[in-house]
Every structure is written in structure tokens, then in C-alpha cells.
Write a protein that binds this ligand. Structure first.
Ligand SMILES: [Zn+2]
Length: 527
């Protein structure tokens, strides 16, 4: 077994999990299959690029197939990786399930599973604190018991983390399970939070576990299966999911998309390019018999889930997962809240975000302010070689990058670039202050932002610039003001650095030569 990480962005990663039956790319969702009701052709999984599925070993054991345990790959007609759940979900739904933890481990070994789950005790959403504490302790006790009874070493076992909405319990559970060295860790009880759209609690739950679990191991989130949430869950560090939602939704005539769920009966056209949708329209699918309709919706729903997972992986490889979150958050106000909550964890997200990316990033306004690159730039700026200059020249950092190549102000920058008396600092509505020394570094030179920036940020960005310039303790500041943002920065400099020290030159009215002369005259009077 191995888990190899190929690309990272935020806490999200593209990886490869190898089992004894094959390998598959993460982030991945195991579609949960009902062994007693199989409607999908094995060819479908191949076509859709689904390299691993999941089934419930408890239901398998209890059902008609349980008497004679056969290889689960044969039972499901699936020769790639198969994961088996333990029946813990049934405990959550119906209470104790009358099967012993050791029994279920032995059974999973017998049916030759590739990825197994020990029989943990889910905390659930409504548990009282004492109950939550007990589920954590009991799961740890069962993990020890299960580990002792394992006889095969070619199965990847998941170590479940419980605790529910009690974050301290989640953390304690994650610490205890980490000590027990499982190849995969799994976080339980998120389903009800997702159904009730309590994404704020969900974010905190995942973070509580993620911060203490070993970072080199994959993290599985039980019961997550809606594409709308995948980008957020992946960005928080979840690598694996399992769900039967695709099938349950199909049965109810519900059509999954990465922006939300639609009702087939209310649709006129399909916008999805999957093989199921391109050849049909919603009326045809609706009028097909119930069996065919269910099958077609199952197929589309799976395509929708896997298309979104592929999209996420591409965004991670390009270093643009934040851009995808920004887009997806606009699909629903609750997702906006989810992203908002994630911002509070930016310092943690920043740690695993690469410092240099293969592509530039986009500055889309206020929503880009807490992305790791923006936070990191602020730290870089504070640590940058602050030249305590006699004269600070502030030039507009506009759309052209690097800023010193902006044709309108290039000649000014070139005239003073190596003048030891003068420090050049650009002011940008995306980044705030950018000393010329940082102008060519990532991500400043690679970022694309709006020409005029985000006007709602003008005030705070202008303040940032003025504070930075003030920290250089200048004898004099000359600002070449351009546009509305230039006026904001000038006003902040006048108030923060002082009227006697600040000179404002109008970049739009004055010709570059006149600006240069004016600066030269002032520089020559400095010692
Ligand atoms: Zn489709």
C-alpha cells in the first residue's frame, strides 16, 4: 500500500492510493453499492474512471449472500479496489447491530476486501457530551481489539475518528487514533451536518481532526457524496469520500450538479455533457419506465460527482483551488458561509500551499483577501529589506505586470531605479504596497486582477500602503497619483506621513518628463 501525493493546494491534494487490487487517484468518492440490488454494468465503472467502490460488509453478512462468504469482488462483479464499511452507520440509525467488532474484521478479511473499516461507534449529531465521550473511548477500545484480531497485512484499515460536534472530543479521538497507526483515517458523523447545511460546524469538525492527524495519511470523510461540497471538503484536507446519495437521489428523481440538486420533473434541457445526458432530454428520461429512469439518473449523478472530482484535481494541479472555491461559494449562501468559516483557518491552509505555483493566480477582489498567497505576501512585505530611504517614490501598480514595465510609468521608474537616495514602492489595489524589489516575485508578477481592482478594498489597501511607507521612516514621500485608488493612497499618506513630507503629483495631468524633473529637484535638496 502506498499513498503518494502528486500535487497540493490549500489542504487539498492529488494523490494515488495503491491497494492489492489496483490503484486509484484521489480525491476519490467510493460509490456505495448495494450487493443485493445492482443496476450498473461493470463496463460503466471503467468508462467513468471509477477505480474503487464501497459496499457494506454488515449488510452483506446479514443478507442472502452472507451464508457463504465469497470474494467481494466477485459478488460485486468489480475487479478493482473494493472498500467495505462495517455497519457503524446502522448503529447510528438503529442502535446496536448484534455483531461483534472482531467478527466484522474477520468477515472483511474473509471476503478479501481491499480497504476495511473497524466497527466503530458513531457519535452522531444529537449525542449528549457524555455519550460523545463514550463513543470516542469505545471506538478506541474497539480499534485496539480489532488490531489484535487482524491476520492479514494486505488490507488497508481505516481508523475512524469520532466526537461529533464536540470539537475537543474530535481532537482527542484523532490524537488517540493517530497513536494506533492506521493506513487511512476516517472522520465520522458528518452526514446530518451536511443535510442540515451546518457547514460552519462541519468545517470546525474537519479542522479539529485534520490539525492533529498524521499529514502523510489519506483522510476519509464518511457519507459525503454531493458534488457541491467536494471542493470545500477537499480544500479542508479530505481525500476520500463514500456515499450512496447518487443512487438515493436518482430514486427520488433528483439530478445532481456541482451547483446544487435539480428535480428532473422541473427540467427542460440538460446542460451536462455526460454520455447519458447528451443523447437525451429530460422529458425522454422522465417518460422512460421507473427502472430505466433510475438507471439513467444513477449514471448521470455519478458522472456529475466524478466530473467535479476531476475538475478539483485539475485546479489543484494548476494551483487554483481557491478560485474554484470562490466560484462554487456563489452557488448558495450557505456555501458562502462555509468559505467564510474556512477563512478563519487561513494560517493553517497556508502551511500546505506551495510558495510558488506553476501558474499565476487571480485576484478577484475582497474574496481573494484571505487566500494563502495574500496572507503570505503580507508577511513577506514585513520581512522585506526595508530600506530606510530619504525619499520614497510611490508609483501606481496597475494592470501591467511586473509593475515596472507599465509603459506609462516605465520611464519614471527607470530614471530612479538605481538612485541610492530613492526607494520606489508601487501601490496596487490588489496587493497594497509592493516595493520594486518584490515586483517580480511570485505571486505579484503572475497575478491577474481587475484593472481598477475592487473599489470596496480601496480604503483598507490605501491604509496598508501608507502604513508601510510610514514604517520606512521617510524624509519625504512623492506619490504619482493615478485614478481613484491613487487619490485614496494620497489622502492616507497626507494624513499618516504628514502634509509637510508628502508631495502629490498628478500622473494623469503631468507628462513623465515633468514628473521626473520635479522628483529630481526634490531629491537634490535631500542630503
Ligand atoms: Zn449528465
Amino acid at each position: 500500500m502506498s499513498f503518494q501525493v502528486q500535487a497540493k493546494d490549500l489542504l487539498g491534494r492529488v494523490g494515488r492510493v495503491k491497494t492489492k487490487s489496483g490503484a486509484f487517484t484521489t480525491p476519490h468518492m467510493f460509490p456505495v453499492l448495494d450487493p443485493h440490488y445492482q443496476i450498473l454494468d461493470p463496463i460503466f465503472f471503467q468508462k467513468a474512471g471509477i477505480g474503487a467502490v464501497m459496499t457494506n460488509s454488515y449488510l452483506l453478512k446479514r443478507g442472502s449472500l452472507g451464508a457463504k462468504p465469497a470474494d467481494v469482488h466477485e459478488t460485486l462483479s468489480f475487479d478493482q479496489s473494493v472498500a467495505t464499511d462495517s455497519g457503524a452507520y446502522q448503529i447510528l440509525e438503529y442502535g446496536e447491530v448484534g455483531v461483534k467488532p472482531i467478527e466484522i474484521v474477520r468477515y472483511q478479511e474473509k471476503i478479501n476486501t481491499d480497504i476495511g473499516v473497524i466497527l466503530d461507534v458513531p457519535t452522531g449529531f444529537r449525542a449528549q457530551p457524555e455519550r460523545a465521550r463514550w463513543t470516542v473511548d469505545e471506538t478506541v477500545r474497539r480499534a485496539d481489539q480489532a488490531k489484535q484480531s487482524m491476520t492479514r497485512n494486505d488490507i488497508l484499515w481505516m481508523g475512524p475518528v469520532q466526537g461529533g460536534v464536540y470539537l475537543q472530543e474530535v481532537e482527542r479521538s484523532a490524537i488517540e487514533m493517530s497513536k494506533r497507526d492506521f493506513p487511512i483515517y476516517a472522520l465520522g458523523s458528518p452526514t446530518e451536518l451536511m443535510e442540515s447545511q451546518r457547514y460552519d460546524v462541519l468545517v470546525e469538525m474537519i479542522m479539529a481532526a485534520k490539525k492533529v492527524l498524521p499529514s502523510g495519511k489519506p483522510l476519509h470523510l464518511f457519507g459525503a457524496g454531493h458534488p457541491v461540497l467536494f471542493p470545500f471538503l477537499v480544500a479542508l484536507g479530505c481525500d476520500l469520500f463514500d456515499s450512496a446519495a447518487y443512487a438515493l437521489y436518482a430514486r427520488a428523481g433528483r439530478y445532481l450538479t456541482s451547483e446544487g440538486t435539480l428535480l428532473l420533473s422541473e427540467m427542460t434541457e440538460f446542460a451536462c455533457p455526460c454520455p447519458t445526458c447528451v443523447e437525451r432530454n429530460p422529458i425522454e428520461v422522465l417518460k422512460a419506465g421507473p427502472k430505466t429512469r433510475e438507471l439513467l439518473l444513477v449514471q448521470h449523478n455519478l458522472w456529475a460527482c466524478f466530473a467535479e472530482l476531476r475538475r478539483i484535481r485539475e485546479h489543484i494541479r494548476r494551483g487554483r483551488l481557491w478560485e474554484l472555491l470562490d466560484l462554487r461559494a456563489r452557488a448558495h449562501p450557505s456555501l458562502m458561509d462555509c468559505l467564510e468559516r474556512m477563512r478563519a483557518h487561513s494560517p493553517f491552509l497556508e502551511r500546505s500551499t506551495p510558495t510558488v505555483k506553476p501558474h499565476g493566480i487571480f485576484h478577484l477582489g475582497a474574496s481573494s483577501e484571505d487566500r494563502p498567497e495574500a496572507r503570505r505576501y503580507k508577511t513577506t512585505l514585513l520581512r522585506s529589506v526595508a530600506e530606510y530611504a530619504r525619499l520614497v517614490l510611490c508609483l501606481p501598480g496597475r494592470w501591467r505586470r511586473p509593475f515596472h514595465e507599465d509603459p506609462r510609468y516605465r520611464v519614471i521608474a527607470n530614471s530612479f531605479d538605481d538612485n541610492p537616495k530613492i526607494s520606489i514602492c508601487y501601490y496596487s489595489s490588489s496587493w497594497g504596497a509592493v516595493p520594486i524589489e518584490l515586483d517580480e516575485t511570485f505571486p505579484i508578477a503572475q497575478t491577474e486582477g481587475r484593472d481598477v481592482g475592487d473599489p470596496s478594498l480601496y480604503h483598507s489597501k490605501a491604509r496598508d500602503v501608507a502604513e508601510f511607507v510610514k514604517s520606512l521612516r521617510p524624509r519625504r514621500v512623492i506619490i504619482v497619483s493615478d485614478g481613484e485608488f491613487g487619490r485614496c493612497v494620497s489622502a492616507e499618506l497626507l494624513s499618516l506621513v504628514g502634509k509637510s513630507k508628502t508631495v502629490v503629483l498628478d500622473g494623469k495631468k503631468l507628462k513623465p518628463q515633468a514628473i521626473i524633473k520635479s522628483i529630481e529637484r526634490r531629491a537634490s535638496t535631500e542630503r
